[in-house]
Design a protein around this ligand. Structure first.
Ligand SMILES: *Cc1c(COP(=O)(O)O)cnc(C)c1O
Length: 361
């Protein structure tokens, strides 16, 4: 089998070593005579996986007591609702920074539940940048402040985590969690659909400060409350067991490679190859994001015409690359180069871009 160069935006590439381990363990998990897929989530085997996933998640983020890592369902999109349901009571205001399509969705959903204030919106020009501190208009005492660390569709990432005051800080890190080190202890809640950087679809990681869990609204259905999952170690009801198992293997893979510092080094090298091909093209390839807000995870760019973009995508497929078409809402080209993607795939893309330029530039 020839491995595809997988630039899919999500679900996305997984580490080859993780897939190989899952394959080896698929039919007979640790000599139990059955697959993980067939086991009770109350079995000691699954409980061990679940516990290890939580401790690996916290260890990688440098978090100890005072935080929980929960594994929920419903995707990051369910968090768009669950967060305001729990933490945005009547009479309060939550602040949202909007730097792309996912932040827009998050604030829209919050507005259906309570009062959401848009502290800044960088839509002008098509979400190409992150704002300066002076543009951000926080409300006097927000219930929380929410932002999106990496906008997956536009390829815009905060170069460093912004200072957003003293209110509980909440971030959607679906597409850049575990890709670089940062001070996680500044956050009250971090969430991420696993299917971009840390696993398959079906599980959503929520890292939450314990004091915030206790503040959640109490008159919600149990299934919508963080406290329900915290008290039950994410086993309130049947979890997406196989997704959690794979997530745990991916977290083990990141840990073995050296954690977030090692991921950052790896990701910077990869991104430099692709941005290098853009910057060295004499304007043939035009990056979407402002250089200082360029994402290390999703590289977005345009070609001189849509015809050339179509040709680029189809020729890239013939060259063994998949997933390079931009999101349907913005067009152009997007190369998602998440943690698990090997540097050799970025090198192959950069070579292909150079070749395509020589033929069509
Ligand atoms: C993909 C993505 C989402 C949506 O995730 P689902 O798990 O499909 O709901 C939300 N936010 C960001 C930043 C994403 O990249």
């Amino acid at each position: 089998m020839t491995k595809a160069h997988n630039f899919n935006a999500g679900p996305a590439v997984l580490p080859q070593a993780v897939l190989a381990q899952a394959q080896a363990e698929l039919l007979d998990y640790q000599g139990r005579g059955m697959s993980i897929l067939e086991m009770s989530h109350r079995s000691k085997e699954f409980e061990a996986i679940n516990t290890q996933a939580e401790s690996r998640m916290k260890a990688l983020l440098g978090l100890g007591d005072g935080y929980r890592a929960l594994f929920l369902q419903g995707g990051a999109s369910f968090q768009f609702a669950m967060i305001p349901l729990n933490f945005l009571p009547a009479g309060a205001v939550a602040d949202y920074l909007v730097t792309g399509a996912w932040g827009e969705k998050a604030v829209e959903e919050a507005g259906r539940i309570g009062t959401a204030h848009v502290a800044v919106n960088t839509a002008e020009g098509g979400f190409r940048r992150t704002p300066d501190a002076s543009e951000i208009q926080l409300s006097p005492s927000p219930a929380y402040v929410h932002f999106t660390t990496n906008e997956t569709i536009q390829g815009v990432q905060w170069a460093s985590m912004p200072d957003l005051g003293d209110a509980p800080l909440i971030a959607d890190m679906s597409s850049d969690i575990m890709s670089r080190p940062f001070d996680a202890s500044r956050f009250a809640l971090i969430y991420a659909g696993a299917q971009k950087n840390i696993g398959p679809s079906g599980v959503t990681a929520v890292i939450i400060r314990e004091d915030l869990i206790a503040q959640g609204r109490k008159d919600l259905p149990a299934i919508m409350r963080y406290v329900t999952f915290a008290k039950n170690n994410s086993l309130y009801n049947t979890p997406p067991a196989f997704s959690v198992y794979l997530l745990n293997l991916v977290l083990g893979w990141i840990t073995d490679l050296g954690g977030l510092d090692a991921m950052q080094t790896r990701n910077q090298r990869k991104a430099a190859l692709v941005y290098g091909a853009i910057d060295g093209s004499g304007g043939f390839y035009r990056g979407h994001a402002a250089p200082e807000a360029r994402s290390l995870m999703n590289v977005t760019f345009r070609l001189p015409s849509e015809t050339l973009e179509k040709q680029f995508v189809s020729e890239s497929q013939a060259a063994g690359m998949v997933g390079l078409g931009g999101h349907r809402s913005v067009g152009g080209i997007r190369a998602s180069i998440y943690n698990a993607l090997e540097e050799s795939s970025c090198a192959a893309l950069a070579d292909f871009m150079g070749e395509f330029l020589r033929k069509n530039g």
